[in-house]
Design a protein around this ligand. Structure first.
Ligand code: GTP
Ligand code: MG
Length: 695
């Protein structure tokens, strides 16, 4: 029989202790004989130099190891909002989410976020309340918060006996024992009787747990009553496993990962109770790329293989690694699969079991397993590889939309192409990082989840592609339009040597509604401008629309009516009418109360209530208009409209205003007249730049 597998992702708000816990679990499983720490920078999962120097995780790290005859694939995800794409990807392939909470802080915005992701992916959830050794820990309050945020399926399996500094005793209401942990960092514990002062509490919680689990196991209640209101741990197992797999129970456990209290019991708990891959994903569906019909992997032939790539890493010392989960069949080196995204064949070379930066060659990866492959030719994150006999595309990871944009400029001329190649490769590695070459603004825009992510991208670009760029403010895509009407006549006449140029037009300009665009109306009567010249007028104006007369930005929403003109039998031609149209338009536009339009974004800011005042004040100082407020759990959600020109660095500002507890999303909403003073500044800057250009 093949080894049972447990796929777990540790997720939670930044700094709650995920990496420290992962280290403790690996240590308890015997992977290492010395526990690394964040302070010393020697943990298994934060091995990247950026992670060591910044003291927090940037990448999801896979720690695979075997314990008690079970293979654990533990994904340690970063908590910082900038790297939320890593969390989404990890939860997409994990069966169980270990959602960690920083006890002194309670449910934070990052907790809520990962909960939403785990709900989306229907992961089993185990809550781990960490840092119980910190001063001022109110465990019961955290439990209340968990229940009110995530429902009454959140049930206590453990509570601390001596919370606060020196914490080392946990009451386990599944075992109905006091777990007394050694304080020497070894993580070992002895089981003792539950002390009398908490026995009533333990009994009540034990009963609560039994009642929840009994919903998935009919016999449990009878056994419970027959046994004097107590159930042996072994009787729980089947029920806990079932309730977890069906999201009927979200057990709450507690730890102090740093001093290694509680960790070993977490390892035992997940090995025994966490769902196996086929408990959680019993029936995976995908789309047959040929028929476009939904297909079930359960219907795939036994010898067909399907795998999904959820992460790509390219590092100098590791080479290109594609992290995957096997969803059907078995993977062996030499196997030929097809990448359904581009219909190209991929031959699997070596496959590796990963434990941080250590990799160990595997002869085979079975169904449900998570591992890494090297040297895939043309496979990226979110691609499905499948056998020819059963082509399928699995549901992709839904990466979040970018929340910030910056622009980059090469420090050295001539590097542009290398920069483009490098940024493209970095996007393949991290799909939440988006590169756009904006021809209108003539800038390379880089977009992502936060400034830290973009800083790291720039650093990687330098390290790997040896090109230096600086991050600059992106130009704002202003627009120009008119608020009034105008009527102008323009004669273009040139008589210099040879053939002359003659074209005269009279046009009326009128504003149109936002979004209606440019419209040309031919109202010539009596053939004063002959049919063959009329399109030239339109064309001349059209060519001009890209660079408006006010400040060089595209012109939108103007109606132009050509109602009169004159032509010359010899000198009139297309060019003459193009020029006449253009010049008439320019004069008319400037006479028709021209205005500068600026893009307005709608933003949604989520913050704990206590920061509302500061955040609202900041929004109004950015010329923002609040549209509404809502409550989501213990957070306030503010909706507002803010000009893009005022949103630069907003995510960092919000982070500092709320001590990292606020987050925001933004998207383009509409264009609006820029306030006069602001518009005048932009127009003046443009005029100055124009003068420089002409010099
Ligand atoms: N007092 C105390 N400190 C802890 C505990 N667990 C972790 N820490 C400390 O908290 C800090 C953050 O720990 P990490 O393990 O890096 O937390 P993380 O959740 O992985 O952080 P990110 O990956 O950046 O989100 C480190 O300084 C740890 O030493 C704990 O149980 N008690
Ligand atoms: Mg970490």
């Amino acid at each position: 029989m093949s080894t049972p597998i447990r796929n777990l992702a540790i997720a939670g708000h930044a700094g709650c202790g995920k990496t420290t816990l992962a280290e403790g679990i690996a240590f308890a499983a015997g992977v290492t004989n010395r526990r690394g720490t964040i302070l010393e920078g020697n943990t298994l999962s934060d091995y990247h130099p950026d992670e060591i120097s910044r003291k927090h995780s940037i990448n999801t790290t896979l720690l695979s190891f075997t314990n008690q005859n079970t293979k654990l694939n533990l994904l340690d995800t970063p908590g910082y909002a900038d790297f939320t794409g890593e969390v989404r990807a990890a939860l997409h392939v994990a069966d169980t989410a270990l959602i960690m909470i920083n006890a002194p802080a309670g449910v934070e915005i990052g907790t809520d976020q990962v909960w939403d992701y785990s709900t989306f992916d229907q992961n089993s959830v185990i809550f781990i309340v960490n840092k119980i050794d910190a001063p001022a820990v109110h465990f019961d309050t955290v439990v209340e918060e968990l229940k009110s945020h995530f429902g009454h399926e959140a049930a206590v399996v453990q509570f601390p006996y001596n919370a606060g500094p020196g914490f080392n005793k946990i009451v386990d209401v599944m075992k109905m024992k006091l777990l007394n942990f050694k304080t020497d960092g070894s993580g070992t514990y002895t089981e003792e009787d539950i002390p009398a002062d908490v026995s009533e509490k333990a009994d009540a919680l034990h009963k609560e747990l039994v009642e929840i689990v009994a919903e998935s196991d009919d016999n449990l209640m009878e056994e419970f009553f027959a046994n004097d209101g107590k159930l042996d741990e072994s009787h729980f197992s089947g029920g806990i496993h079932e309730s977890l797999a069906h999201r009927k129970l979200f057990p709450i456990l507690c730890t102090a990962a740093e001093p290694n209290i509680g960790t070993r019991r977490i390892l035992e708990f997940i090995v025994t109770n966490a769902p196996a891959p086929d408990d959680h994903m019993a029936d995976v569906h995908g789309i047959n790329p040929e028929t476009k019909q939904e297909v079930s992997l359960n219907k795939a032939p036994k010898d067909a293989t399907t795998l999904f790539v959820f992460k790509t890493v390219s590092e100098a010392h590791l080479g290109d690694l594609s992290f995957f989960r096997v969803f059907h069949g078995e993977l062996k080196p030499g196997l030929d699969l097809v990448n359904e995204a581009n219909n190209r064949p991929e031959r699997i070379a070596q496959i590796f079991s990963m434990c941080g930066k250590t990799r160990k060659e595997m002869p085979t990866a079975g169904i449900g397993d998570i591992a890494a492959a090297v040297k895939l030719k043309d496979t990226h994150t979110n691609n499905t590889l499948s056998s020819k006999s059963f082509p399928v595309v699995l549901k992709p990871i839904e990466f979040p939309e970018p929340v910030i944009a910056s622009a980059v400029r090469a420090k050295n001329k001539g590097d542009e192409e290398k920069i483009a190649i490098g940024l493209h490769a970095l996007h393949e590695e991290d799909p939440t990082f988006v590169v756009i070459h904006d021809p209108e603004l003539n800038q390379i825009l880089i977009q992502g989840q936060g400034e830290l992510q973009l800083d790291i991208i720039v650093k990687r670009l330098k390290e790997r592609y040896k090109v230096d760029v600086e991050i600059i403010e992106p130009r704002i895509p202003f627009r120009e339009t008119i608020r009034g009407n105008a009527d102008t006549r323009y004669r273009h006449k040139k008589q210099s040597g040879g053939a002359g140029q003659f074209g005269e037009v009279a046009i009326k300009l009128a504003p149109k509604k936002r979004g209606e665009g440019y419209q040309f109306v031919d109202a010539i009567v009596g053939g004063v401008v002959s049919n063959k010249h009329i399109p030239a007028v339109d064309k001349g104006i059209h060519e001009f629309l890209g660079h408006g007369p006010l400040a060089g930005y595209p012109v939108v929403d103007v109606q132009v009516t050509l109602y009169d003109g004159k032509e010359h039998p010899v000198d009139s031609n297309e060019n003459a009418f193009k020029t006449a149209g253009k010049m008439a338009f320019k004069e008319g536009f400037l006479a028709a109360k021209p205005v500068l339009l600026e893009p307005i974004f709608s933003i949604e800011v989520t913050v704990p209530g206590e920061y509302m005042g500061d955040v609202l004040g900041d929004i109004s100082s950015r010329r923002g208009k609040v549209q509404g407020m809502d409550t989501k759990g213990s957070f306030e959600v503010i909706k507002a409209l803010v000009p893009l020109a005022e949103l630069h660095h907003y995510s960092s500002r919000l982070r500092s205003l709320t001590q990292g507890k606020g987050s925001h999303r933004q998207r383009f909403d509409h264009y609006e007249d820029a306030p006069k003073e602001f518009a005048d500044k932009i127009i003046a800057t443009h005029a100055k730049a124009g003068v420089v250009e002409e010099e």
